[in-house]
Design a protein around this ligand. Structure first.
Ligand SMILES: N[C@@H](CCC(=O)N[C@@H](CS)C(=O)NCC(=O)O)C(=O)O
Length: 199
């Protein structure tokens, strides 16, 4: 498997996930400043010309949530996804889609200060998105209950980005405790080191 990535980007989500699986992979740096994402050879891998993207033999997959779902299914022995038919499978898929559909919208709202009526915006509003996550994480240690899953990789990485990196959200005890749980995992530390080393 080859991960196309760049440091300090949304690639961190997939780096963390790959480290959770323990599977071997190669990292290919995409030099965003030099415009490498716009080269035809990278366009063939991700037509959106953004990182991250994963190549696995003849398979290519882009969009962080999709890559994480792909890896969770490819490596069931890692125990990061409830099996098809399990009651928690529905919520698992919900949180994987929630990142792209709702968290990304909320971040864009904050960055651009754009105002959209809540009933028009699919994500509702910045406040609603993070209040919902806070509500869920107030009653269970992880999104699916007692067990860490790939959904926590994605949403945990999003919360890390929003709270720690970009300071878009005021500190909240529920998120601080959740991030501490998620980030105490060795796979997170390995991914964070790769991210800061930049190679
Ligand atoms: N929807 C994509 C977003 C990916 C994305 O926005 N990547 C940014 C880095 S954080 C990027 O590659 N930007 C380079 C560019 O747009 O030229 C995902 O979830 O993976």
């Amino acid at each position: 498997m080859r991960l196309f990535w760049a440091p300090n980007t949304r690639s961190m989500r997939v780096l963390w996930m790959l480290e959770e699986t323990g599977a071997p992979y190669e990292r290919v740096l995409v030099d965003l400043k030099a415009g490498a994402q716009h080269r035809p050879e990278y366009h063939a891998i991700n037509p959106m010309e953004k990182v991250p993207a994963l190549q696995d033999g003849a398979a290519c997959v882009a969009e962080s949530g999709a890559i994480i779902a792909y890896l969770a299914e490819k490596f069931p022995e890692a125990g990061l996804a409830p099996p098809i038919g399990a009651p928690t499978r529905g919520r698992f898929l919900q949180w994987l889609f929630f990142s792209g559909a709702c968290v990304e919208g909320a971040i864009a709202e904050k960055f651009t200060k754009a105002e959209m009526p809540e009933h028009i915006a699919g994500f509702g509003s910045f406040d609603r998105v993070f209040n919902v996550l806070e509500e869920v994480l107030s009653s269970t240690p992880y999104l699916l209950g007692e067990k860490f899953s790939a959904a926590d990789v994605l949403i945990g990485a999003d919360l890390h980005f929003v709270i720690n990196a970009f300071k878009m959200l005021e500190p909240r005890p529920v998120f601080a405790a959740y991030l501490e749980r998620c980030q105490s995992r060795p796979a997170f530390s390995r991914a964070a080191k790769i991210n800061s080393d930049g190679v």
